[in-house]
Design a protein around this ligand. Structure first.
Ligand code: FES
Length: 148
């Protein structure tokens, strides 16, 4: 895993400033770890309150710990009709967490998403943005096994 100091240093002269750093950190870790956040504030000469204010303006940035793999259940109408609720329950049971939570080992975070344009294979989940279609509750263990 790249060192957060290197990630921040690599973007410190770009136009986007601290937002570029937040973006690059989130890409690497799926969220912005606290120590990396403090380092970014220091490098870009902002107080932590200012840096946090900038970061929270962008809703896609997360300052909460998230897992290595972000599992998202599509909750738009076509997936809903195709049984998304049952798949979501199976995901929660299998992972032992509710939507919005991260497993204690830091591997998985469970979230919801709007339609991702794969309605021909509903219901659909994504793992770090890669879609997996025609999912059913019985397949959850098999589908997630490679990420364990
Ligand atoms: S509604 Fe789920 S992918 Fe389109």
């Amino acid at each position: 895993m790249s060192n957060y100091k290197d990630i921040i240093a690599s973007v410190k002269d770009t136009r986007g400033g601290i937002i570029e750093a937040f973006h690059a950190l989130q890409k690497e870790y799926n969220y912005i770890p606290a120590e990396a956040f403090r380092e970014a504030a220091r490098v870009f000469k902002l107080s932590e309150a200012e840096a946090y204010g900038v970061g929270t303006f962008y809703s896609y940035l997360s300052f909460e710990k998230r897992g290595k793999y972000i599992i998202r259940m599509c909750e738009s109408a076509p997936c809903h009709v195709a049984g998304a609720d049952e798949v979501l329950k199976a995901l929660e049971n299998h992972l032992g967490i509710a939507v919005g939570e991260t497993t204690p080992d830091g591997k998985f975070t469970l979230e919801l998403t709007e339609c991702i344009g794969q309605c021909q294979v509903t219901p659909v989940i994504t793992v770090n943005s890669d879609p997996i279609g025609n999912i059913d509750p019985q397949r959850i263990a098999e589908v997630l096994a490679p990420f364990k």
